[in-house]
Ligand binder design. Structure first.
Ligand code: ADP
Ligand code: ADP
Length: 224
């Protein structure tokens, strides 16, 4: 069953008098439980593809289906609801809320989605345990190491039980040993929860650990 279907996605950017064709009829299908690596040189458009697939940016033309729903027909409000209910995001930088604790950072997105505080707390504790940070639940992001911050960001992305995880260089800011550890944890959790994932990475060793590798090259997605 397809969780994400991209059909003939096109995206251009104006740069002065030039038009950059970043996505040229890019196609991709990701099925339930499939973990796909997105590789390609810097500037190829990996972030653009993830932002577009994540319904944060609109393509010029082309179709995005999430769980079978054609998103081109949805209002902004419906797009936001689909994004909150079905998608999880992890970025290179954690983007945690600095004035809230690790636990609150996992609780808040659930409460925005309508869960009670008690329910959200149970899920937060479960995820904190999964990323081995139960003892850090009261700490604020600035009191955590880079690897710990990313582990909280991963827990937050999974909080609402998304169907698809989108990650843009999720361990790109970490030293190699920490990166390896955090990446294993991410894959373990994604597999445990049975999610589909699209994960951009520059690291060929990390890419090989995923089920499939697609390369973004000259605006096209090429199965490796
Ligand atoms: P990657 O993630 O593969 O490094 P990006 O998607 O960040 O690539 O960027 C692809 C290209 O598109 C780059 O040349 C970048 O400068 C350009 N680009 C991305 N977003 C915008 C934007 N909002 N406006 C203009 N150009 C952009
Ligand atoms: P990455 O670390 O994946 O290469 P970037 O730093 O290229 O990501 O891009 C980060 C964000 O900035 C993206 O959301 C992208 O759309 C935006 N962006 C990238 N290049 C430009 C640009 N030239 N003009 C405006 N926005 C840009």
């Amino acid at each position: 069953k397809a969780v994400l279907e991209l059909q003939k996605l096109c995206r251009t950017f104006k740069q002065g008098t030039d038009t950059l064709h970043i996505l040229k009829e890019s196609d991709l299908i990701i099925n339930q439980g499939e973990i796909v690596a997105l590789v390609g040189p810097s500037g190829a458009g990996k972030s653009t593809l993830l932002q577009t697939a994540g319904l944060l940016e609109k393509p010029d033309t082309g179709t995005i289906r999430i769980g079978g729903t054609d998103t081109s027909k949805l209002s902004d409000k419906e797009l936001t609801r689909l994004r909150c209910n079905h998608l999880g995001f992890v970025y290179q930088y954690h983007h945690l809320l600095p004035e809230f604790s690790a636990s609150e950072n996992i609780v808040i997105p659930q409460m925005i989605n309508g869960k009670s505080k008690a329910e959200a707390n149970v899920r937060a504790q479960e995820l904190l345990e999964a990323v081995s940070l139960s003892k850090r639940d009261e700490h604020r992001p600035a009191e955590l190491s880079g690897g710990e911050q990313q582990r909280i960001a991963i827990a937050r992305a999974l909080a609402n039980k998304p169907k698809l995880l989108l990650a843009d260089e999720p361990t790109g800011n970490l030293d190699p040993v920490t990166s390896d550890h955090v990446f294993n944890l991410l894959l373990e959790e994604v597999r445990k929860e049975g999610l589909a994932a699209l994960i951009a990475t520059h690291n060929p060793t990390l890419a090989k650990r995923m089920d499939r590798v697609v390369k973004l090259e000259d605006g096209h997605l090429i199965e490796q």
